[in-house]
Design a protein around this ligand. Structure first.
Ligand code: SAH
Length: 222
């Protein structure tokens, strides 16, 4: 996957596409959180997709990013970000960096982002793009995200972007009291998007709808 500076002339008006996406695919379908909508208006999705997919950068569907992985559908990312109820003060753990697109949105919406992916090439690529865009509140790690990132726990929010058979216990342990975890739980083909709120040792679980994510790998995956 190669990237080029966003200043390169293009036949596409990506900014107009981005505004259309926010209105039609997000706001019109019920995304209300103004900070979430603002973040989507700001982050250029075209920088996170391979060159051959760039004309589809604002299509409301997942796009291939190599290594059998995909950048998630914008609407699904918006639903997850809204469910996290971010105020800007949170320390967030993201499992499944992928292209880094959702990482950028999180960096706009929260104080600090800790992101983990199991594929080193994807982490390298995302790190490069996000550094180039000027983000300084993101830390990257290559590893099995099911183990979380114990050295930096607890996290106010945890977002998982790969399908889990069950929520890995290290993630439950690393969620702060009063914290929220969002992610897809189910089988390989289809999952429930689940929101978990922690109060002491009680985890309140709320289903937000059906979804289909690529599988989590590793010890806690498929
Ligand atoms: N949010 C991403 C999409 C992620 S796709 C984006 O916006 O582009 C799911 C990602 O989860 C893939 O990059 C995959 O490599 C990663 N993944 C799968 N199993 C993992 C694991 N056990 N730990 C960390 N990352 C994992």
């Amino acid at each position: 996957m190669t990237d080029f500076p966003s200043s390169r002339p293009s036949a596409f008006d990506f900014e107009a596409e981005r505004r259309r996406m926010v209105e039609q695919d997000l706001r019109a379908r019920g995304i209300r959180d103004s900070r979430v909508l603002e973040a989507f208006l700001k982050v250029p999705r075209e920088r996170f997709v391979p060159a051959r997919e760039r004309v589809h950068a604002y299509a409301d569907r997942p796009l291939p990013i190599g290594f059998g992985q995909t950048i998630s559908q914008p609407y699904m990312v918006a639903v997850m970000l809204e469910a996290l109820e971010l105020s800007g003060r949170e320390k967030v753990l993201e499992i499944g960096t992928g292209s880094g697109y959702q990482t950028a949105l999180l960096a706009e919406l929260a104080r600090e982002v800790y992101t983990v992916d199991i594929i080193p090439e994807l982490v390298d690529q995302a790190r490069w793009v996000l550094k180039d865009m000027g983000y300084r509140n993101i830390r990257f790690r290559v590893g099995d995200g099911g183990e979380g990132w114990p050295e930096h726990a607890p996290f106010d929010r945890i977002i998982v972007s790969a399908a889990m058979p069950e929520i890995p216990s290290p993630l439950l342990e690393q969620l702060a009291d009063g914290g929220i975890l969002v992610g897809p739980v189910g089988d390989l083909m289809e999952q429930d998007l689940v929101r978990l709120r922690r109060r002491g040792e009680t985890f309140n679980r709320q289903p937000l709808g059906r979804c289909a994510f690529v599988p989590l790998r590793g010890k806690w995956g498929f």
